[in-house]
Each structure stands twice: as structure tokens, then as C-alpha cells.
Design a protein. Structure first.
Length: 133
């Protein structure tokens, strides 16, 4: 038996997985979905009309607060998430003002969308695995 074959035979232990792990992953996914929806609203007039601003801001704020509370245990990750949220919201606000800042802000928002999409996909896959265990 080769070394890689023996690794495949070892069953995955899930003793350390808790409902809290699932909640953390779900909250991350929700935050990234709401941030992406915010970007959609900044880039597209139809999206702004389709989803009421107050409702999006409420969900985004509640999810952000919940996740940052969860992340108190890891100040480094908490700081990264805080900066990411602030960056997206600040750039989004600039894009809605119009003028010369709008074009530059929309370019940056496009890049932020790609990052959020990749994070959401990875976290959704992880969440699916957690739920299957």
C-alpha cells in the first residue's frame, strides 16, 4: 500500500464540528451575499428599485454585527472583515455620487465583486460539507 492509499483509508473525524461552526459559515455567506447585493445596487438602477434600500441595509447591518460579535475570538479576522465591509460600503457610496469618482469606484466595485464571489463559493462549499457530516 502506498502512502497516499493509507491516507485515504483513514475516516474523517468530526468530533470537533459543532452547530456553531455551521452558524459561523452561514453568517459569513450571508454577509458576502448582502455585500454583493449592495454592489449590485450601486452598479444597476433596476437593482436599486427591485430591493428596498432600507431592507438591504437592515439585513446587512444585522449580519455584519452578528459576524463581528462571533469574530471577537480572533481580532485579526475580525479586523479584516471590518475593513472589507467598510471598503465596499465606502466605494459604493462614492459610486452613487456620480461625477468622476463614479467611474473609478465602479471599476473597484467590479474587482470587489469577484473577490466576494470567490469567497462565497468557497464558504458555500465548506458549509455544504459541514451540513453533510
Amino acid at each position: 500500500t502506498s502512502r497516499s492509499d493509507s491516507k485515504r483509508e483513514v475516516p474523517m473525524t468530526v468530533a470537533g464540528l459543532t452547530p456553531q461552526h455551521i452558524e459561523i459559515a452561514e453568517t459569513f455567506v450571508r454577509l458576502y451575499v448582502f455585500l454583493t447585493q449592495y454592489i449590485d445596487r450601486c452598479e444597476d438602477e433596476a437593482s436599486r428599485k427591485e430591493y428596498p434600500e432600507e431592507e438591504l441595509q437592515k439585513h446587512l447591518s444585522e449580519t455584519r454585527t452578528k459576524l463581528l460579535d462571533i469574530l471577537k475570538v480572533n481580532p485579526v479576522v475580525k479586523g479584516k472583515v471590518e475593513k472589507e465591509c467598510e471598503r465596499v460600503l465606502t466605494i459604493g457610496a462614492k459610486s452613487l455620487k456620480g461625477g468622476t469618482e463614479k467611474v473609478a469606484a465602479l471599476d473597484v466595485l467590479g474587482a470587489e465583486r469577484v473577490v466576494l464571489k470567490n469567497k462565497t463559493i468557497a464558504l458555500s462549499d465548506l458549509l455544504a460539507v459541514y451540513r453533510a457530516l
